[in-house]
Design a binder for this molecule. Structure first.
Ligand code: ADP
Ligand code: MG
Length: 378
């Protein structure tokens, strides 16, 4: 049974009828450009085939009512009366709240939600949940779908409803991605350019480790980047080249220098990776991924033992062009670029090696670049 069939079937069980719509939003994997988005920098994510689906029908009162297949529980809230609590429903409530703040007039709906994106793994199940909810409101209300604006409103849920100072990358790629393409995003102008990903496999390797307090560490890095920019006399770390930076490092403490060096060098790596991708030069791309990992490990200090071991396991395979941790860090997933014809061998070898060293079973996902948020049945 496909996931779409699963929400359809559950909807019929819960509501005794066919849904009016099925909407879907994907997770994403970031190929390169980590912790640069909230510094107005560059990123290169792509949407993945794992997604969150909602099967729904309109309601003609004020109540939004949802059954979560993953959690096997109901959640509900009134559109006119949204208050902060905690749990999975917050993403949907927060989204409805900020849509209404932005003067969208919303209608209510009821439905079933199911997702197969691992949670808290750095594949942005949260952005998928925000955007799939936005799409559900879009279907039952009367407004036009502006993907960029939906991404910005979704980002508000993370920033203002949940208090995580994350950038726009996740929401923007989840909202706008095109099948077969990676998105290179300028997080200042929000300009997005699509680059075809072909003749190469993207392999996602979940360390199956999750760290607590990730949000507070994330916000700490955010604050350090802001502080570094201030001391350097620039608006954000986007506004300086690595060369200029090297002449100004005396303005910073050792710690802030390391944090800033990661972001500034990472921006340059994304630009270089874009050029490599244009030429299908995966060797160079792979080297940039490894440099990104080292910078995240040593300068930004957001990697972990499990992530470092996973990256090593991947790099030991001759079919692998490059690998790095992906997402916020401290656990979760790594990503590798692998020669397509060897993906099965690659995946098996990495799983075995990782298990030998960590005594943890890794989960490996192979995913093409998928479409962004859309309606799949209406
Ligand atoms: P990430 O975005 O890296 O996956 P987050 O901590 O930002 O991790 O978001 C994960 C949270 O999103 C989960 O704890 C849960 O509240 C919510 N979530 C994700 N997927 C689903 C789902 N299928 N159904 C309900 N809630 C979900
Ligand atoms: Mg998230």
């Amino acid at each position: 049974m496909t996931n779409e069939e699963k929400v359809l079937k559950t909807f019929k069980e819960k509501f005794g009828q066919e849904p009016k719509y099925i909407v879907r939003a994907p997770g994403r994997v970031n190929l390169i450009g980590e912790h640069t988005d909230y510094n107005d920098g560059f990123v290169m994510p792509m949407a993945i085939e794992r997604s969150i689906w909602i099967a729904l029908r309109p309601r003609f009162d004020n109540l939004v009512k949802i059954y979560s297949v993953n959690n096997q529980e109901w959640g509900e809230f009134e559109l006119a009366n949204i208050e902060k609590e905690s749990g999975w429903l917050e993403y949907i409530k927060g989204l409805a709240f900020y849509l209404q703040v932005a003067a969208y007039s919303l209608n209510a709906w009821e439905g079933v939600i199911y997702g197969d994106i691992p949670r808290g793994a750095g594949l942005s199940s949260s952005a998928a949940l925000e955007l799939v909810s936005a799409r559900a409101f879009f279907e039952v209300s009367n407004f036009t779908w502006d993907a960029k604006e939906m991404a910005l409103i979704s980002q508000k849920v993370e920033n203002d409803w949940l208090g995580l100072n994350s950038g726009i990358m996740d929401q923007l790629v989840v909202a706008t991605a095109k099948k077969g393409f990676a998105s290179v995003i300028d997080c200042r102008s929000l300009e997005t350019k699509n680059y075809p990903i072909h003749n190469i496999a993207v392999v996602i390797m979940d360390t199956n480790t999750r760290r607590g307090l990730v949000d507070s560490k994330y916000n700490e890095r955010f604050a350090q980047c802001q502080e570094a920019a201030k001391l350097l006399g620039i608006k954000t770390l986007r506004d300086i080249s690595l060369k200029e930076f090297e002449e100004k490092t005396s303005l910073l403490s050792t710690l802030l220098e390391k944090r800033a060096r990661h972001v500034i060098s990472e921006n340059e790596r994304v630009i270089a990776a874009t050029k490599a991708l244009e030429k299908s030069d995966y060797k160079t791309f792979g080297q940039l991924m490894l440099a990104s990992h080292k910078s995240l490990e040593n300068d930004f200090e957001v990697s972990s033992k499990a992530l470092n071991i996973m990256v090593d396991c991947a790099l030991k395979q001759i079919s692998c062009y490059g690998a790095r941790m992906t997402g916020a860090g401290f656990g979760g997933c790594a990503v590798a670029l692998v020669e397509t014809k060897y993906i099965q061998d690659f995946s098996n070898a990495v799983r075995n090696l990782y298990y030998k060293q960590m005594n943890i079973h890794a989960t490996v996902y192979i995913s093409g670049a998928a479409d962004g948020t859309k309606t799949v049945l209406f």
